[in-house]
Write a protein that binds this ligand. Structure first.
Ligand code: PLP
Length: 485
C-alpha cells in the first residue's frame, strides 16, 4: 500500500549499492538463530523474549542482509535498491528487533494491520492449530469451517444489511471485487450503462488498475497509467472536520456531480470518515450520512472502503458506525488477520447479491486461487474474536488521549502545519515534505518505527501499546520533526 500520494517526495533516495563483503558462508543470516528457522511448534510461551544481541557479528549479518536485499529485491514505492533499509530479525508485542540487536517500538502496526501486536499467543495458537488440519484447499466447490465461521462473524459485526461475504487475498483485490460487483449488479438490474464511479479526491483504494482509477488523480498514479485507467468522476473531499458541523455548502459540489452523472454512475466509493493513506484526514460523520442519503435519492450504490479504518482504529468498530449508516458494499482487509497473513473480504447486501445473480451470467465472475485460505481465515477469526472480547474501545480511547497529549508539542514547531488525532491515529502534518533519507534513520535512532511519507509523519500503533511506550513514540516523532523541519 501507501506512498502513491507522495508524488512530491520520492519514497527513497537512490544510492549506490555497496558490494557485499565476501564471506565463506553465502547465507550467514541462517546461522544467526540457533535451532534453525522452524523453532518448536509447541512453544508459544516465550513471548517478549527477543533474545540477545550478538554484537559485532550481528551487525555484520545485518549489513550483509541489507546489501543482498538491495541487489535482488524490490520494496514498495521504491527504486530497485531501496535505502535506507533496516533488517528485522524478530517482532514480539509492540517491538521490532533489528538484526543488529536494536529494538524499535512499532508505531505503524505494519500498515494498520497488527492491531494486537506481533506474536500474540492466541493468534500463534490459531495458526498452529489450523496447520494441523490444512493450510489450504481450493474454494471452488469446496468449503471449510474457518471460512464459514469468519463469514458469519463478519456478517454479525458489520451493519445489518450486509449479509454476504466474498473473500479475496488483499485489499486492492477486495476493491476490484466491489467495483465488479457494482457493475454486474446494474447489468442484472437492466441498466448496463451505469459503469462509472464517483469518488472524492485524496482517496486511496489500492494499487491494482481498477483501484488505482479511484485513487486521488493528482497524488496517485493516474499520470503514469492514464491510458489504462477508466475515467471516473472526482468530487472535492469533505472540508468539515470530524467534530465540525456539516452544512449543505460542504456537500454542494458532490451533490451536483452526483445529480449530473447519476444515469451513468454505478456506485460512489469512498473511505468512511478517515481518508487514510492518501491524506490522513478525518471528516464529519454527518457528511457520510448525507452521502448515503444522496445515493439513495439517485439510486446509486455506496461502496465503503473500510480496509484501513475497520476493526476499531477510529474509535468505532467501522468508520460507517460513526455515521450510523450502512453501505451497499463494504471492503475490509489490513487488520482482518491482525497482521499475520494477507486476507480481505467484500461484503454486500442481499439486494446487491440478487442483482448480480440476475445478470446474464448469473454468477459473480471472480475467484482468486487462494480465496478464503483456511490458514488466513482461522487466524482472522481468532483475531476478530480477540478484538471483540477485548476492551478495545477503552484501549483506543486511551491511545487517543495519549496521542493528543504526546503530539501536542508539535503544534508549536514552525515546520508543522497541523496536528490531528482520531482514535488510535496520530498525525503531524509538516509544511514541506520530509527528507526520508534523514528522518527515517533519525526515528530509528530514537527507538521507534514510524514511516513518514510526503508531509505526513503519522502513527497508528497496536492497540496493546502501553502509555509508556506511546509516550516514547510521540516524543520521538515530535523530536524527529523538530530536528528535520
Ligand atoms: C491499504 C488499502 C487498500 C489496499 O490494500 P492492499 O492489501 O494493500 O492491497 C485499499 N483501500 C484502503 C483504504 C487501504 O488503506
Amino acid at each position: 500500500m501507501t506512498a502513491q500520494m507522495s508524488g512530491s517526495a520520492p519514497e527513497v533516495v537512490p544510492e549506490a549499492v555497496p558490494e557485499p563483503a565476501r564471506v565463506a558462508n553465502p547465507h550467514p543470516d541462517r546461522l544467526a538463530r540457533p535451532g534453525g528457522d522452524l523453532g518448536d511448534l509447541g512453544d508459544l510461551g516465550d513471548l517478549g523474549d527477543l533474545g540477545g544481541s550478538d554484537g559485532a557479528g550481528a551487525r555484520e549479518v545485518a549489513g550483509d542482509l541489507v546489501a543482498r536485499d538491495q541487489r535482488v529485491v524490490w520494496h514498495p514505492y521504491a527504486p530497485p535498491a531501496a535505502a535506507p533499509l533496516f533488517a528485522v530479525a524478530q517482532a514480539s508485542g509492540v517491538r521490532l528487533r533489528l538484526t543488529d540487536g536494536r529494538e524499535l517500538i512499532d508505531g505503524m502496526s505494519s500498515w494498520w494491520a497488527a492491531i494486537h501486536g506481533y506474536r500474540h499467543p492466541v493468534l500463534d495458537a490459531a495458526a498452529h492449530r489450523q496447520l494441523t488440519d490444512m493450510s489450504h484447499v481450493m474454494f471452488g466447490g469446496l468449503t471449510h469451517e474457518p471460512a464459514v465461521r469468519l463469514a458469519e462473524t463478519l456478517v454479525e459485526m458489520t451493519p445489518r444489511p450486509l449479509r454476504r461475504v466474498f473473500f479475496s487475498d488483499s485489499g486492492s483485490v477486495a476493491v476490484e471485487v466491489a467495483i465488479k460487483m457494482a457493475l454486474q449488479y446494474w447489468t442484472g438490474r437492466g441498466r448496463p450503462r451505469r459503469t462509472r464511479l464517483l469518488t472524492i479526491r485524496r482517496g486511496y483504494h489500492g494499487d491494482t488498475s481498477g483501484a488505482m482509477a479511484v485513487c486521488d488523480p493528482d497524488a496517485g498514479m493516474h499520470h503514469l497509467f492514464s491510458h489504462l485507467l477508466p475515467q471516473h468522476i472526482f468530487a472535492p473531499p469533505p472540508t468539515c472536520g470530524f467534530d465540525e458541523a456539516c452544512e449543505d455548502v460542504h456537500l454542494a459540489e458532490f451533490a451536483a456531480l452526483l445529480a449530473a452523472h447519476a444515469h451513468e454512475v454505478a456506485a460512489v466509493i469512498l473511505e468512511p470518515v478517515v481518508q487514510g493513506t492518501g491524506a490522513m484526514r478525518f471528516y464529519a460523520p454527518e457528511w457520510l450520512a448525507r452521502v448515503r442519503a444522496l445515493c439513495d435519492e439517485h439510486e446509486v450504490l455506496l461502496i465503503a472502503d473500510e480496509i484501513a479504518v475497520g476493526f476499531g482504529r477510529s474509535g468505532a468498530l467501522f468508520g460507517c458506525d460513526h455515521a450510523g449508516i450502512s453501505p451497499d458494499i463494504m471492503c475490509v482487509g489490513k487488520a482482518l488477520t491482525g497482521g499475520y497473513l494477507s486476507l480481505a473480504a467484500t461484503l454486500c447486501t442481499d439486494e446487491v447479491a440478487d442483482g448480480v445473480a440476475a445478470s446474464p451470467v448469473g454468477a459473480f465472475m471472480h475467484g482468486p486461487t487462494f480465496m478464503a485460505n483456511p490458514l488466513a481465515c482461522a487466524i482472522a477469526l481468532a483475531n476478530v474474536e480477540l478484538l471483540l472480547a477485548s476492551p478495545w474501545r477503552e484501549r483506543v480511547g486511551a491511545l487517543e488521549r495519549g496521542l493528543r497529549t504526546g503530539l501536542a508539542p508539535a503544534r508549536a514547531l514552525s515546520g508543522v502545519a497541523d496536528v490531528r488525532v482520531l482514535g488510535a491515529i496520530g498525525v503531524i502534518e509538516t509544511r514541506e515534505p520530509v527528507d526520508m533519507a534523514v528522518i527515517q534513520p533519525l526515528l530509528v535512532e530514537l527507538g521507534v518505527w514510524v514511516r513518514p511519507f510526503g508531509r505526513l509523519v503519522y502513527t497508528m500503533p497496536p492497540y496493546i501499546t502501553t502509555s509508556d511506550d506511546l509516550a516514547t513514540l510521540t516524543t520521538a516523532m515530535v523530536e524527529a520533526v523538530a530536528r528535520t523541519t
